[in-house]
Structures are given as C-alpha cells and as structure tokens.
Design a protein. Structure first.
Length: 221
C-alpha cells in the first residue's frame, strides 16, 4: 500500500493504541511504542530508534524505513526516556526527509487525559515525576494540575510548530467524526474504529518481559 509516512505526536493515553489498531486493520505496517520486524521480533523502542536515525543520518525514520505509521513514539521506563514528539529537531528532520508525511495530534480533554495517565500502571504516579520529561521536569507531575498543564503545553507546541501547515491534523479521539477526518487527511480508509488499550481492560505493553528481551540489544532499547 502506497501511503505517506504518518506520525502521531500525541502523548501516552491520548488514544495512540486506538490509532495503531485502526491503521493496522487498514493494512498499514505500524510501529507502536515498540518497533517489531516482520517476524515479530523486537527492534527497539520507537522513540529510541528515531533518535538513532536522526543522529546517524539526519533522518529520524531511517532505522525504521519499512513502517507506514508511527503511533506511540515516546517511552519512559527503566532508564529509557525518549519524547521525539516534543522535539522540533525530530519533527523538522522527518519533514525534510519525507516530503508529504502527515502528522497527527491525538488529543483529549486535558483533565480526562491526565486522569487516564494517573490511572495507567505507575506512569503518572512514579515514572513521569521521576524522570526529566520535556515540559515536565523531574519532581513535577505529582501535584494537582501539573500533568494537565504539561498536556496543554504540548498541544500548544504542536499548534505553534504547524501553524498554517497542511501536513498537520489535530483531532479529538472522542470525536465521533475522528475516523473520517483521519481518513480524509491521510488517504487511508479506516474499516475499524473503536477503543483499544483502555485502563480497565489492559495491562501496559510488555510490562513483564521488556527488559529481559532488550538489555542485550547493544543499547538500541
């Protein structure tokens, strides 16, 4: 399938897994949080691979060239802390090397979004406050309103970077017309649209085994 590169700039728990599922059901090859090769073997975290590609070649997608869509691109877990959706250098690098790429921002109401982050495993309670995350430095994120402000600031950042551009679509994951808007914007028909990776139904991806599988990958993880 010939489609433009599609990059989602949304933060965790903003509907990234729903987006990944929708694109996969449409026949696209999707890199969602953890990139996997055609055999299903782990290649490394998407965020980590974007920075490897950027610093080695200038192209953030060069380490993952065979994927169509990149839906959850950040990671913060056990020493891995990569947030390419907050980095102008990564965004501009993709735009320079992949003319026609389409950028999405999956957004939610900041209060609902922050609540979802706080309830998802230890993401909001431990991992975010314990790490230096762009826009949310270490020791921040535990007090009321801090994660909400971080979310709002990321949305403003994306709007500023793409002000007036035609390669950017911001959408609300709860908008009943979201799937149609994304399909028109990307040129990809979406036969499935729903809710995936809800807090009450799923544990975090690979939480039990990710480190044992990745520590030997020569630092790629």
């Amino acid at each position: 399938m010939s489609v433009p590169k599609i990059i989602n700039l949304g933060l965790p728990k903003s509907g990234t897994t729903t987006l990944a599922t929708a694109f996969a059901e449409a026949g696209l090859r999707v890199a969602d949080w953890m990139a996997r090769d055609e055999k299903g073997d782990k290649m490394g975290f998407v965020g980590r691979l974007m920075y490897l590609g950027y610093f080695e070649t200038g192209d953030p997608l060069s380490a993952m060239p065979d994927f169509d869509a990149y839906t959850e691109i950040s990671v913060v877990r056990r020493g891995r802390n990569f947030w390419p959706q907050t980095d102008w250098a990564i965004i501009s690098g993709i735009r320079a090397h992949h003319p026609g790429a389409r950028f999405l921002l999956s957004a939610r109401d900041p209060e609902k979004h922050a609540d979802s982050i706080r309830r998802w495993s230890n993401l909001g309670k431990t991992r975010l406050p314990a790490n230096h995350v762009p826009g949310l430095p270490q020791f921040h994120g535990q007090n009321p309103g801090e994660i909400e402000r971080w979310i709002e600031s990321h949305i403003k950042f994306c709007r500023h970077v793409f002000d007036g551009a035609d390669d950017f679509l911001e959408f609300d994951i709860e908008d009943p017309e979201a799937a149609d808007k994304i399909a028109r914007f990307t040129g990809v028909d979406l036969p499935w649209w729903g809710k995936a990776n809800e807090n009450e139904n799923h544990r975090p991806r690979d939480e039990d085994d990710e480190d044992s599988d990745l520590e030997s990958e020569d630092g790629v993880s």
